[in-house]
Design a binder for this molecule. Structure first.
Ligand SMILES: [Zn+2]
Length: 118
C-alpha cells in the first residue's frame, strides 16, 4: 500500500480484524489485532493462500512457541508474524471473506450491475 493510501472502503470484518481497500490504487490493508499490513491484490492473494495452507492439526507447530506458536513469514518481508490457532482461524475467515467481496465486486463491475446511473 502506498504511503498516501487511505483505508477508505471496508471489505470485510472478523472478530479480530478488518480488510480495507484503497479507492485510488486498489491496494489492500489488513488490520488484525495489533498488525497493520498493506498489500497489492496479488500479494494479498499469496498471503491468503499461505494462511489457508497452515496445518492447524500439526502438533509440531506447538513446540516453537508457547502462546503464539504459528509462525508465518509474510509476503515481501523478512519479518515474521506469530499467531495462535484461534487467531489463524479468524484470519482465514477474514481473508476468505475479503477475497469473496473482491470477486463479487469484480463480477458485478464486469456485468455492469455497478456504476450505472439508475
Ligand atoms: Zn492507494
Amino acid at each position: 500500500m502506498e504511503n498516501s493510501c487511505q483505508p477508505s472502503e471496508m471489505l470485510f470484518s472478523s472478530q479480530y480484524g478488518s480488510v480495507y481497500q484503497c479507492r485510488q490504487c486498489a491496494h489492500l490493508q489488513i488490520e488484525f489485532g495489533n498488525l497493520i499490513i498493506g498489500y497489492t491484490l496479488e500479494a494479498f492473494r499469496l498471503f491468503s493462500g499461505l494462511i489457508n495452507h497452515i496445518d492447524l492439526e500439526d502438533e509440531d507447530l506447538y513446540h516453537a512457541h508457547l502462546h503464539r506458536p504459528i509462525v508465518v513469514q509474510p509476503v515481501c518481508s523478512t519479518g515474521f508474524y506469530c499467531f495462535s490457532r484461534q487467531e489463524i482461524r479468524d484470519l482465514r475467515d477474514l481473508l476468505t471473506g475479503a477475497l469473496t467481496m473482491l470477486d463479487l465486486d469484480h463480477y458485478l463491475t464486469q456485468h455492469h450491475f455497478k456504476n450505472q446511473t439508475p
